[in-house]
Design a protein around this ligand. Structure first.
Ligand SMILES: O=P(O)(O)O[C@H]1[C@H](O)[C@@H](O)[C@H](O)[C@H](O)[C@@H]1O
Ligand SMILES: [Mg+2]
Length: 283
């Protein structure tokens, strides 16, 4: 039987590369929206333009109506964020917008594709480093054309763990985030890191540079492509409470192994985050 999603996968890589070139040449980082006083969730004109370019190219190639699209900027404007059985593209045009605004050199384009609610492939283009990470279900993970694999470190004391502060600045959440970081740092581990983009963080787990990444407050478009890449590189994905990974739950641990993931989970102080799909249904 012919491979039904090969063409879509190849096209996604091409589109991610074009989008990355667009981000690199943008040079403009005008902040358009800064939501609420307790959050610092930046959006630039580049985010909006690049999402239009990506979705426009995908619609032109695959026909409007046959595929669904969940894009960070479209959802911000009120479009649905519900994963159905329909072939669905999940897109973050600029993951690491704060980095982009400040010239901090980690910015990624993240494109994932799901069918029957199952992720088929993920493509992450770390556009300032010019590294193309990609994976298809059951076919391994790659950086450019080289296969990548998670690290084999199983001793938490020899690990580097990534987390982020997210965008919420409410005292209660920030306290829990820092308390969790302190608990993990003092296990002790070799180090704590954060690139400022969930997509890039997941690629760092997939390529073995770090042992794990966790965050509460991320969105499905930040992690959908990375989920396929981590899994195909031999890693695991779990909920922060140790249950199964749920793409729409806005929380996740990904790691090189169950051992490392479960050790971190013991230290995570969970705080509430509204699901991506519920948040939209309310609109
Ligand atoms: O909004 P963008 O697309 O830049 O993505 C987010 C990052 O991916 C998070 O890890 C990170 O913690 C922030 O929440 C950041 O906003
Ligand atoms: Mg993002």
């Amino acid at each position: 039987m012919s491979d039904p999603w090969q063409k879509a996968y190849d096209f996604a890589v091409e589109v991610a590369r074009k989008a990355g070139a667009e981000i690199r040449k943008a040079g403009e980082s005008e902040i358009r929206v800064m939501t609420k006083s307790s959050t610092v969730d930046l959006v630039t004109k580049t985010d909006e333009r690049v999402e239009k370019i990506i979705i426009g190219a995908l619609k032109a190639e695959f026909g409007e109506g046959t595929h669904d699209f969940i894009g960070e900027e479209s959802v911000a404007k009120g479009e649905a964020c519900i994963l159905t059985d329909k072939p669905t593209w999940i897109i973050d045009p600029v993951d690491g917008t704060t980095n982009f605004v400040h010239g901090f050199p980690f910015v990624a384009v993240s494109i994932a594709f799901a069918v029957n609610k199952e992720l088929e492939f993920g493509v992450i283009y770390s556009c300032l480093e010019d590294k193309m990470y990609k994976a298809r279900k059951g076919k391994g993970a790659f950086c450019d054309d080289d296969p990548i694999q998670v690290s084999d470190v199983k001793d938490i004391h020899k690990s580097i763990i990534i987390s982020e502060h997210g965008t919420d600045r409410s005292k209660e959440k920030v306290t829990k985030i820092f308390s969790t970081m302190q608990r993990i740092l003092c296990i002790p581990v070799h180090g704590l890191r954060g690139s400022g983009t969930a997509a890039t963080n997941m690629c760092l787990v997939a390529s073995g540079a770090v042992e794990a990444f966790f965050e509460i407050g991320i969105h499905c478009w930040d992690i959908a492509a990375g989920a396929v890449i981590v899994k195909e590189a031999g890693g695991v994905l779990l909920d922060v409470d140790g249950g199964p990974f749920d793409l729409m739950s806005r929380r996740m641990v990904c790691a090189n192994s169950d051992v490392i993931a479960n050790r971190i989970i013991k230290e995570i102080e969970i705080f509430p985050s509204e699901r991506d799909d519920i948040a939209i249904k309310k609109k």
